[in-house]
Design a protein around this ligand. Structure first.
Ligand code: DX5
Ligand code: ZN
Length: 224
């Protein structure tokens, strides 16, 4: 059975002076979930969103919130982001010494578990943790900033991950993050992605966010 196509706007590209209103607008525009990029200034050279900011926005939206933790010590922060209202929390394989434990704990705390891979990280790194994973996040840029160019070299890795998931009979979303827009979404879909993070391309679409989301959804559906 084909998984549902979902569009996840990256809040990193929104207007930080009015985050609550941005959440409302993205819901009205047809977003399926909201993607919160959490950066600690160490794992990546940028500093962004703490759990209190997300908690303050939570009453403004009924969409699922997902936290993408780009931090060196995710285990310490996971409970804070779940308490803030994130129903999915993603940790980077490169940041977790005991990855199976970190992912299991996210589930134990009541959230969906996600594992993120940097562009250079091979698919095999997650082959033995899929039993405790609800979502795989394939980075198609080097994390840290919005507005970077899509790295098409990750597509064979997406194919590998999709094969691993299908072969094992796992119930796991594949999400792609970085440089996703009208020019790249079809190739990512063809490789096996069903959830698409989009920042700059979605927010800067001249015809507006609702049009961008509808168009991305159409292009993804057509590429299957
Ligand atoms: C990069 C972040 C992405 C980013 C996506 O570190 O994880 O979520 O905001 O933005 P675009 O779509 O502009 O690449
Ligand atoms: Zn992200």
């Amino acid at each position: 059975m084909q998984r549902t196509i979902e569009i996840a706007p990256s809040i990193l590209a929104s207007d930080f002076s009015k985050l609550g209103a941005e959440c409302v607008e993205l819901g009205a525009a047809g977003a399926d979930r909201l993607h919160w990029d959490v950066m600690d200034g160490v794992f990546v050279p940028n500093l962004t969103i703490g759990p209190d900011v997300i908690a303050a926005c939570r009453p403004h939206s009924e969409l699922p919130f997902e936290a993408h933790l780009m931090v060196v010590d995710p285990d310490q922060l996971v409970p804070r982001y779940i308490e803030a209202g994130c129903s999915t929390v993603m940790v980077h394989v490169e940041a977790c010494i005991h990855l199976h434990r970190s992912l299991s704990r996210i589930r134990d705390l009541g959230a969906r578990s996600g594992v993120a891979l940097n562009p250079h990280t091979p698919a095999e790194m997650i082959s033995h943790v899929l039993e405790v994973v609800d979502q795989v996040l394939v980075m198609s840029v080097n994390p840290g900033f919005g507005g970077q160019s899509y790295i098409a070299a990750v597509e064979p890795k997406i194919v590998e991950i999709k094969t691993m998931i299908d072969t094992g009979g796992h119930d796991i979303d594949i999400e792609v993050d970085g440089g996703i827009g009208a020019g790249t979404i079809a190739a990512a879909t063809a490789a096996g992605v069903n959830v698409f993070v989009s920042g700059s391309a979605l927010f800067e679409c001249a015809e507006g966010r609702a049009k961008a989301i509808a168009e991305f959804r159409r292009l993804a559906a057509a590429a299957r």
